[in-house]
Ligand binder design. Structure first.
Ligand code: HEC
Length: 150
């Protein structure tokens, strides 16, 4: 190979080396956001009887306070201190935890209690850790801090 050709090719090779990892990263990001989108649009399956299950715990001050304490203990790491979906781990999760102050609009208490109890994907199920009453207390707390979207 002539020196002139090599001189011409060297910067091109350098450029390729520089660009390759960047484009591989961009591909990864696209794949990740596509996956995120797929999980996000995948509806939770909640059995109808659970959606229709009435909340047996009156949302009084005690219940809301207790729900707040339990939420602080088990949920803030992902959902954030004020349930806005900005917890410590939220950034690094494949599925971002939703903002619970708005997403729960239009959902029944039974629907939420079932989701908290069973979990899905990166959202753990809590039925082995929390008492059923405390799951309802948390639902009452979330209702109390819920900002109506409409
Ligand atoms: C490890 C992180 C993590 C923890 C801890 C966590 N969650 Fe979640 N949560 C998620 C993610 C991620 C989703 C979204 C899951 C999905 O859409 O597939 C979610 C979804 C939810 C939903 C469903 C919202 C909807 O769309 O109707 C509720 C309710 C909820 N979480 C409540 C809680 C409560 C209450 C706790 C504590 C007892 C808790 N979460 C703890 C990550 C977490």
């Amino acid at each position: 190979m002539k020196w002139r050709t090599i001189k011409f090719l060297l910067p091109a090779a350098g450029l390729a080396l520089f660009l390759l990892p960047a484009s591989a990263l961009a591909d990864q990001e696209t794949a990740q956001s596509a996956r995120q989108e797929a999980v996000r649009t995948d509806p939770w399956f909640v059995p109808e009887e659970e959606t229709n299950r009435p909340n047996p715990v009156t949302p009084d001050e005690d219940s809301i306070e207790r729900g707040k304490e339990e939420f602080k203990k088990y949920c803030v790491t992902c959902h954030g201190r004020f349930a806005r979906g900005d917890g410590l781990f939220a950034e690094r999760m494949l599925t971002r935890p939703p903002d619970l102050t708005t997403v729960i609009n239009g959902r029944t208490d039974g629907n939420l209690a079932w989701k908290i109890s069973r979990g899905q994907g990166s959202m753990p199920g809590w039925h082995k850790i929390l008492r059923q009453d405390d799951i309802w207390n948390i639902v009452n707390y979330l209702r109390a801090i819920n900002v109506k979207a409409d």
